[in-house]
Ligand binder design. Structure first.
Ligand code: BGC
Length: 408
């Protein structure tokens, strides 16, 4: 059996807006006040309870942890940086280091400072420079405590939900009429759509700007601290097909559009790549799959094809997120086992895989769906803030201790 290398990183991931609580100076908090998305509020209060949460991660055998910095806290007004917040994140990093847990920072995970979104966010021509300045500042201030930085999380998810599906800020989408109704977390609201194809063009512009933003951030970070490792966190949907040539072509096109376009634009500005894997789509497939609480097919083995897809770019890969919403903890242990097994097969096939971070360490705010969907190894009681370790977390610990699973 081939297990993972000795220095393999095992852990879990979180993101600031989803767990910290009270990130009010953001586009999402504004959208919540307008009742377009559920309010976040205190959530797990991880901003104050990170020590307790890292104790749990340690107890669960983790030696790595991915988390994100809230841009709106660091740069609450354009060009003004808040050093008290830098101190806060320095304390977070020290708390991880004290437990021998390697930190992986994501500099931006979906939520934007209000000032930035109100002046056009990533639609603006100068967005890449603004973003690069922020990233370089953070890495300058935190780079002595952290080696691994990702500039951004899932650019395609951010772009398509904001400009094509219209379910996330800034709620734009193609429509024949001015008003469209959007349902988030069971609540329907009327949103001002842009008539005609304009959102599609804006989406294309945003996607280009996001690639540029990453590239410029990479260069600016390297000018500050050439030694840190810089990546992008890419959401990969594993599109595949049955025997039908037409379906094979469909899958190929979908993989190009969803994964390869962005990767080609950024491939020369990457030291490594983060893979977020959640689902697959098999064209021409009638199989009935069991579903997660998100109604996504339970298909952990799809991570193999996703890893192979990213390996095309020949950069070391970290699984930066993979997991499922499963409040009853019915499928999670088996899911993690299967997914690690598939990742191990990818390793055997030559993929330079360096780490695996389950999504998520704890239950959190699942964006437009609120707190109902539970991805956590640790359950959160939002009334008492009590943390309860789910049984599957111990199964994950066994995998970590064995540094892999038996290949079946
Ligand atoms: C995101 C997370 C999200 C998770 C589950 C990923 O797309 O990075 O923020 O909670 O998927 O939907």
């Amino acid at each position: 059996m081939k297990t993972f290398p000795k220095n393999f990183y095992w852990g879990a991931a979180t993101a600031s807006y989803q767990v910290e609580g009270w990130n009010e100076n953001t586009d999402w908090a504004k959208a919540a006040k307008e009742e377009r998305v559920p309010s976040a509020g205190r959530l797990a209060d991880h901003y104050h309870r990170y020590e307790e949460d890292f104790d749990i991660a340690k107890e669960l055998g983790h030696n790595a942890h991915r988390f994100s910095i809230e841009w709106a806290r660091i740069e609450p007004e354009e060009g003004k940086f808040d050093f008290a917040e830098i101190e806060h994140y320095r304390d977070v990093l020290k708390a991880l280091r004290a437990r021998n847990i390697e930190p992986f920072i994501t500099l931006w995970h979906f939520t934007l400072p209000l000032w930035f979104s109100e002046r056009g966010g990533f639609e603006r021509k100068d967005a890449p420079q603004v973003f690069a300045r922020y990233c370089a500042f953070v890495v300058k201030e935190l780079g002595d405590l952290c080696h691994f930085f990702s500039t951004m999380n899932e650019p395609n998810v951010f772009g398509s939900n904001g400009w094509l599906r219209g379910s996330w800020p800034p709620f734009k989408r193609f429509a024949a009429t001015d008003l469209v109704s959007i349902t988030n977390s069971g609540r329907t609201f009327e949103s001002r759509a842009q008539r005609g194809l304009r959102p599609v063009f804006l989406y294309r512009r945003v996607m280009r700007n996001l690639a540029q933003a990453h590239n410029q951030a990479y260069t600016a970070i390297k000018a500050e601290r050439p030694d840190v490792n810089v990546s992008v966190v890419k959401h990969v949907i594993y599109f595949h097909a049955n025997w039908n040539p037409l379906n094979i072509i469909k899958a190929w096109v979908a993989n190009q559009l969803w994964t390869h376009v962005y990767m080609r634009r950024t491939r020369h500005h990457l030291d490594s790549v983060g893979l977020n894997y959640y689902f697959h789509k098999k064209f021409g497939d009638r199989t009935h799959y069991e579903k997660t609480d998100m109604d996504w097919d339970i298909y952990p083995q799809g991570i193999y094809g996703s890893l192979r897809m990213l390996w095309k770019y020949k950069k070391p890969i970290f699984i930066s997120e993979a997991g499922l919403a499963d409040k009853a903890d019915k499928y999670r242990a088996a899911y993690i086992t299967e997914q690690v097994r598939a990742a191990q097969r990818a390793l055997e096939a030559g993929v330079d895989l360096r780490g695996h971070m389950y999504w998520s360490l704890m239950d959190n705010y699942e964006w437009a769906l609120g707190v109902e969907k539970c991805f956590g190894l640790v359950a959160i009681n939002y009334q008492t803030l009590e943390r309860t370790i789910r049984p599957s977390a111990w199964e994950y610990k066994k995998i970590i201790e064995a540094n892999g699973v038996e290949l079946g």
